[in-house]
Design a protein around this ligand. Sequence first.
Ligand code: ZN
Ligand code: ZN
Length: 225
Amino acid sequence: MVTYCHKCGTKNIDKTHCSNCGARLLTDINNDGIPEMVQEIVPVECPWCKTVNKVTTETHCKSCGGPLPAVSHNNSGINRGDMPPPPPRKLPEVYVKKLKYRSTLFIVGIIFIVPFIWSIIFPIIGFFLVRSALRTANRKIAALENGIKAEGELIDIYKDTSESVNGRHPWRLDYEFKTQNGELITAKKTGAWSNNNRHRKPGDKLWVVYLPENPQINAIWPPVD
Ligand SMILES: [Zn+2]
Ligand SMILES: [Zn+2]
């Protein structure tokens, strides 16, 4: 099959990658030299381990194996990707550790405990902070591991200027989804730092996983933080 490289124009015959520049070639189904499908490489940050994957057709992270959001080639954007697998789901270990032990609340709690272990009041405050941080993390892990899936929609997304690290702000995502009982749940995700969010816009379809006994315990799948 004859394919003209969409990057450099080189004519290739029966090749999967351009002989001149190495670009992945396009599929020329009817053999007229005009590719039917343009597949640009889109950098997608792994929602689990933060490795940047250069995605054309890949669905899972090359580093941690976690599912990636899908690439939509027509606008170099990303979309929600495959529906969540049925529970229980195995989450990448690196992500579970990050959720539990890298949250600001957890770290502040530890700072209250360790240097002040000789005192009474600070370790007690620290204990409650750590407990609260782990409770928040465990709820999210429970939703991701064991939640049932729902169709969700992004209502709004914007830079949250109430939070700032080194002059940068995370995104805030407002979203809603319907439970299997038809109840409409609105939820928010704050502190979302992932660069993938620059591709998202209100109206985007999302996957949400939630605990049926308490749909307030829910999370976007795959994660957007
Ligand atoms: Zn080329
Ligand atoms: Zn990964």
